[in-house]
Design a protein around this ligand. Structure first.
Ligand code: GRG
Length: 306
């Protein structure tokens, strides 16, 4: 599907990733005195070089509806901090027990488990401190209302009715305490993976004052994109190149984990990445604004190699 994408798209993606990094880096935490180690571990994880997809989604939906980037930057940084905390905690021995992520040693493998728990806690709290700064900086009633709505989306999607809820269901299924089922798998994927993508796709639109119907559609797009993203993640764990991925492959099978592949098989997984992405594109094309780069970005995720 992504074969239709040009070199220009991938060049633009590189430029936009650099732009996202430049926008979020000023919000990274600064070392104090006796808290130096935790701040260092937080920055280690933030600078480890992720794809920056979620803040890029904020930037792209913001620009679609003509929003002001200064108002979005704190939310972009906050969302990447929450995403990074979730990876730091997910890599811990008590969760997925991963030693490599983004091509580097995981935070716990470098700083120890206690410090990795604290770095995740620090990132989560600092995310809200950062996003709250956008409320304090609001220039008028409309700006304040939009920022408050964005903050509520950010918190809701990361919490017990979002990513934490999905991670809970995932842990329980791994422990064999919930039997494998398509319904459970869907709950895990729409919460653990899709809700953070939903924050990316809706926050920029909300800050820019997009119509409510578009925000609702973007939220549904996130569900379809999130499921496709997770299926691709499951496929990469089986077929991916560990050197490109920056982490070990074959982990799901080792952990006896329920994945899209264990439930539906390899062939259907490959078909469904495309099917869910096409579903997302139909909704995307029904929005009142367009963004060809973002549309291509969604297509590019179908065949991503990391
Ligand atoms: C610890 C509350 C808590 C949640 C953890 C993020 C997560 C939930 C688990 C990590 C494992 C996993 C397969 C998550 C699904 C979402 C996903 C594929 C995350 C990786 O996102 P990318 O590919 O990562 O955007 P980069 O490194 O590019 O930022």
């Amino acid at each position: 599907m992504s074969a239709q994408l040009s070199h220009e798209f991938f060049d633009e993606l590189k430029e936009k990733t650099a732009r996202v990094n430049a926008l979020i880096e000023p919000f990274y935490p600064e070392k104090g005195s006796f808290n130096a180690e935790v701040v260092e571990a937080m920055n280690y994880s933030l600078r480890a070089g992720g794809k920056r997809l979620r803040p890029m989604f904020i930037l792209e939906t913001l620009s679609m509806y003509g929003g002001d980037v200064r108002k979005a930057a704190p939310f972009m940084a906050a969302l990447e901090m929450i995403h990074t905390y979730s990876l730091v905690h997910d890599d811990l021995p008590e969760m997925d027990n991963d030693e490599y992520r983004r091509g580097l040693k995981t935070t716990w493998a470098v700083y120890g488990q206690g410090m990795a728990v604290l770095a995740g806690d620090g990132l989560l709290n600092y995310a809200y401190e950062t996003a709250a700064g956008a409320l304090a900086a609001a220039e008028d009633e409309t700006g304040l209302r939009r920022a408050a709505r964005a903050l509520s989306i950010l918190a809701g999607n990361a919490g017990i009715s979002g990513m934490v809820g999905g991670q809970c269901a995932d842990l329980m299924s791994e422990a064999g305490r919930r039997p494998e089922s398509p319904e459970l798998l869907r709950y895990i994927h729409t919460n653990k993976t899709a809700r953070m993508i939903a924050s990316g796709l809706t926050i920029g639109a909300v800050l820019a004052g997009a119509p409510d119907e578009d925000v609702r559609k973007l939220d549904s797009i996130a569900d379809a994109v999130g499921i496709a993203f997770q299926i691709r993640d499951d496929l990469l764990d089986v077929e991916g190149d560990a050197a490109v991925l920056g982490k070990a492959t074959g982990q799901d099978a080792l952990d006896g984990k329920m994945t899209y592949i264990t439930v539906f098989g390899m062939d259907k997984a490959k078909e469904d990445v495309v099917r869910y992405t096409e579903e997302a594109l139909v909704l995307f094309d029904a929005l009142t604004a367009s963004n060809p780069f973002l549309r291509n970005l969604l297509i590019s995720l179908v065949d991503r190699d990391r």
